[in-house]
Write a protein that binds this ligand. Structure first.
Ligand code: ATP
Ligand code: MG
Length: 581
């Protein structure tokens, strides 16, 4: 099935309807014309493009943001409301003396104040940095301190549990604004509602250049200590164009991105891209729950849904047939990012929703989608798709001296991207050397390995750090995991290389079974046999261990390095982003 292709039947003509010819005629210059600030000589400010320009125009009364509370009550904000509220927040920052480029952090669940603070911070030309509300005190401290936070927006209970005891160690943190505190607290700790009430709802955005810093995002920490990637206002161009061409935003669309802004996807696509494109953005304050999610798709008449493989795998494990049980006829596009989406999941989308799930690839560092499947392009299940127009990707061989792009189809190598795309990260905060190491000549080295086929589709192989060397073969974990996942008993799988004196490393698999399957030797042998049949004896796992759960980051990525450390009895390394269930 892997090499089969699917063409999606379309309800609406897609914004990108002929990939090849569009790539040839594409120009960033023309794309930039769509951004009002630039056209009007006002510079480039993300929040201006996301709300201010719409607030005066025909989208004024369109719902920009709908926050669904845990109890299912909705709080709606039109473009005009969101513009005014974010202006109030920007005025608060001015009152507090926050200067351009200084950092404003938010530690809160997905509640409206987070979104208002994000846009207000960007209007003030300060730098917005969201943190997962489920982080413990140590990861919160690491990030506030590394990011020199000046202002923190949070709730009373998060402040008490995670921040109060850190204040002495955070000299740069001058103000804490509490979302749910009505009363006066102190000069340093203040009531956000009070300040919002007193602030003006008109704010004049200071001159912002495309190169001014805007967003600080910590990476997921899948391969080690999270890095602080700094992005500039020009990134909005990438958010705008990927919203248009990958997420296929049309006027009147309702969009739901399930990611938390603590992960870059929840900011680039959970805040900026939908607003810049003028669609209605749905936010759910609750965590994953299959029935709830399907009913949100139904009740909110969601047209475009952006989620992650970890959630898709969980949905696949349940005995729910969404298309039969829910009215999902408004849904016309489902996209996924964060981890490889194996072919079976792509095809499950067809069965469950009537459309394959479209995978796309990017990273915190790239700031926006770089490689994608498009509505108008044939889908090859298991492939990440093709680079965005205007993005030059390549597969490279890299050694100490040179980086050579290969023209050989199917050759495995480093996935690299030509420098200079609008949402490229401009720094790893306080880690200049590490940043410089990511670049070689004109190319950014992503740290992922991939292949490109003769039709120009990219296929994920694995993270360079996770590659297993066994009996002279280089094995990408994804290839093995994808085959394991094809077995009817397997719900999730992760493989690691375990040192072995004769063959270098042996492939060891950790497998979560679907409910109803028994973790015994017969199941083990059956899965091993299946893996041997499709992968060959050299590459198939030599050891399989059953487990109830796989360790994951808070953004839902499998932490193979932790499985490996535990297997080998080594120190577990940084676990600040580990999801503790
Ligand atoms: P860290 O850099 O701290 O180790 P991380 O790389 O997981 O963490 P993110 O920037 O959130 O942090 O994730 C980007 C990575 O996720 C990519 O480099 C890639 O390895 C993986 N990824 C994202 N999308 C896909 C995809 N569609 N297919 C395969 N892998 C993907
Ligand atoms: Mg990374």
């Amino acid at each position: 099935m892997k090499n089969g292709t699917i063409l999606i039947p379309l309800a609406v003509s897609p914004n990108l309807n002929d990939y090849d010819s569009f790539c040839q005629s594409f120009s960033w210059q023309e794309e930039k014309q769509s951004l009002d600030g630039l056209r009007e000589g006002k510079g480039l400010n993300i929040a201006y493009e996301a709300v201010e320009r719409h607030a005066a125009g025909e989208l004024k009364d369109t719902i920009a943001l709908r926050c669904i509370g845990k109890d299912r009550t909705c709080r709606d904000f039109t473009y005009n409301n969101l513009h005014k509220l974010s202006s109030r927040f920007a005025n608060i920052l001015t009152t507090l003396g926050v200067q351009k480029g200084e950092r404003v952090f938010v530690l809160a669940g997905r509640m409206p104040e987070l979104y208002i603070a994000a846009l207000g911070t960007l209007k003030r030309a300060a730098v917005f940095c969201p943190l997962f509300s489920v982080f413990g005190p140590e990861p919160v401290f690491q990030r506030l301190s590394k990011g020199d936070a000046k202002v923190l927006v949070t709730t009373k209970s998060l402040f008490e549990k995670k921040v109060r005891q850190l204040l002495e160690k955070l000299p740069s943190l001058q103000f804490i604004l509490l979302i749910d505190e009505e009363a006066y607290v102190s000069e340093k700790v203040r009531s956000l509602p009070r300040m919002m009430e007193e602030a003006y709802d008109e704010f004049s955005i200071p001159a912002t250049s495309p190169e001014d810093p805007a967003l600080l995002h910590f990476t997921s920490g899948t391969t080690g200590m999270p890095k602080g990637a700094l992005h500039v206002h020009e990134a909005v161009l990438m958010h705008y164009m990927t919203g248009k061409y990958v997420l296929d935003f049309h006027k009147g669309d309702v969009f739901w991105c399930t990611a938390d802004p603590g992960w870059v996807t929840g900011t680039s696509y959970g805040i900026i891209a939908p607003l810049v494109n003028g669609v209605t953005n749905i936010v759910d304050e609750e965590e994953f729950d299959a029935e709830r999610w399907y009913s949100i798709l139904e009740d909110q008449k969601v047209n475009i849904w952006y989620t992650a493989p970890t959630a898709i795998r969980r949905l696949m494990r349940m005995n729910i047939e969404p298309k039969k049980k829910f009215h999902l006829e408004h849904l016309r596009l489902i996209c996924s990012v964060g981890e490889p989406l194996h072919a079976e999941a792509v095809l499950w989308g067809k069965k469950a929703f009537g459309m394959p799930i479209l995978d796309n690839w990017w990273q915190t560092e790239t700031g926006g989608i770089m490689i994608a499947n498009y509505l108008s392009l044939k889908v090859k299940p298991g492939s990440m798709g093709k680079p965005l127009p205007g993005i030059e990707a390549g597969i490279a061989e890299i050694n100490d001296r040179e980086l050579k792009i290969t023209s050989q189809p199917e050759q495995q190598g480093h996935l690299v991207i030509k420098k200079g795309w609008p949402s490229m990260f401009h720094a790893y905060l306080h880690e200049e050397e590490r940043y410089n190491k990511c670049f070689r000549g004109d190319w950014y080295i992503t740290g992922d390995l991939a292949k490109k086929d003769a039709d120009g589709y990219y296929w994920f192989v694995g993270r360079a750090d996770d590659i297993i060397k066994t009996s002279g073969h280089m094995v990408g974990p994804f290839e093995v995991e994808a085959v394991l996942m094809d077995h009817p008993a397997v719900a999730e799988a992760a493989v690691i290389g375990k040192p072995e004196p004769v063959i270098g490393e042996l492939v060891k698999a950790f497998v979560v079974l679907k409910s109803g399957f028994i973790p015994d030797e017969a199941t083990q042998m059956d899965i091993m046999g299946h893996a041997r049949k499709y992968l060959g004896a050299a590459v198939a796992p030599k050891e399989i261990a059953f487990t109830e759960n796989l360790p994951k980051t808070k953004s839902g990525k499998i932490l193979r390095r932790l499985l490996k450390a535990r297997e080998l009895g080594l120190p577990e390394g940084d676990l600040s982003t580990l999801e503790r269930g």
